[in-house]
Design a binder for this molecule. Structure first.
Ligand SMILES: [Zn+2]
Ligand SMILES: [Zn+2]
Length: 134
């Protein structure tokens, strides 16, 4: 089974995940833009039992709107993983933290309505103007 490592910029906070993500989602919401400093965020979602190694300490930020707890490296500040209050038994990992081109690309794009006009989605994936359908 494939394993991949995700890490913050400085490398102190690292994860090893086993198997493919259940979902990879790109999001153009303004919260993801501000959190990442990029024009969209990419999250790879895994079941908690797929997280087989976690090293390093993290600080947390609890976002109230779209409630989620983000774990970031207190040294370099990169967000590496998060848990949603609305979606139990799933952990989100920053797609870019893998720095691994074998990570599957996004299966969907959400909040395209607040995205920059030059951001386009990969061909053939569903694009939602707002959040994903329930
Ligand atoms: Zn770090
Ligand atoms: Zn978002």
């Amino acid at each position: 089974m494939v394993t991949r490592d995700a890490a913050c910029t400085c490398g102190d906070l690292r994860l090893t995940l086993e198997g493919e993500p259940m979902l990879v989602s790109a999001c153009c919401c303004t919260r993801c833009q501000r959190r990442t400093g990029s024009f969209f965020g990419v999250t790879a979602y895994f079941r908690p039992d797929q997280l087989i190694v976690r090293e390093g300490i993290s600080s947390t930020f609890q976002r109230s709107e779209g409630s989620a707890t983000f774990h970031f490296c207190p040294h370099c500040g990169s967000s590496v993983l998060w848990m949603s209050d609305d979606w139990e038994d799933v952990i989100g990992v920053a797609g870019g933290a893998f720095a691994d081109p074998t990570l599957p690309g996004p299966h969907r794009m959400t909040h395209a309505g607040t995205g920059h006009p030059f951001v386009t989605s990969p061909k053939g994936i569903p694009v939602y103007e707002d959040g994903p359908p329930e």
